[in-house]
Design a protein around this ligand. Sequence first.
Ligand code: DGY
Length: 339
Amino acid sequence: MTSSHAVQSGDAVRKHVLVFRTLPPDQLARLQAAHDVTVADPRKPEERPRFDAALAQAQGLIGASFPVDAALLARAPRLEVVSSISVGVDNYALDVLQARGIVLCHTPGVLDETVADSVFALLMATSRRLVELSQLVREGHWNKNIGEDLFGSDVHGKTLGLLGFGRIGQAIARRAALGFGMPVIYHARRPVDLATQAPELQGKAEHVPLPALLARSDFVVAMLPLSDSTRGMVNADLLAAMKPGAIFINGGRGATVVEQDLLHALDHGTLRAAGLDVFATEPLPLASPLRTHPRVTPLPHIGSATHDTRHAMAALATTNLLQALAGERPAAVYNPAHP
Ligand code: DGY
């Protein structure tokens, strides 16, 4: 039997895979067992030529946090599958992928609880001023009991308003409603059927119009995906409609917020504080006033950044890629490739 006959008679076909973000060794080994794999990070100038050469051959791409735009896809004529190690797909030219019949996979589900933990940490940190007060101790300024000027505001019992109520939003709502006794209201394109999707939140989370959410919420948490309809959604008007003293948290995508408007609301409006895990430009430019604003708690996009969860995301993305390259329906496909 010739090797080409072996390939055609049932042995799996080895394809070209380009890994553009570090994969854990066990997941890289799964790919290497089945395919010819190049690992090259396009963000590193010294790896760019290898990335470009591999891209021209690649049938599978796997990675995250790099724009896979129309120009990049034009240099990947053989591409069949893109597997993102993220749930968000705003880095991908969805229209081009769809038009070319390229499968796009992502990692929903495995990161929900971890991102909800991170968002809750921001909620606690902003309301109780944890970073600022910890800094005071570290810098040796705890020389008397703190006074009212450094008191925080309560979390328990306060109203949480969620912009977006997908899986992660629901995980945040569970923490708030079941753990902190917080009334939860949410605004989404359509109400979620709690009886079937989140029975534990029945009677505890209510779908309300946006103006009502803004007027009633002590915490407004944005968990919005980035799309044409959400880009810049958190703007001056929306911020001005928030309850005086409200705290704003963003755990979704930075570009859903007009950052100048957020700064203005902090400096000249009644917004108490903001906790931000995501920014319009990441990493956050050194010149951004959000980096050092006294009432902003900035984080470096760590929503899903735990060892367990990042490994689970890499494993799901690897499974997705292997399945799609084998012609099977992947476990988590975003954009089934049938134009
Ligand atoms: C995602 O998966 O889209 C998250 O933003 C990563 O933390």
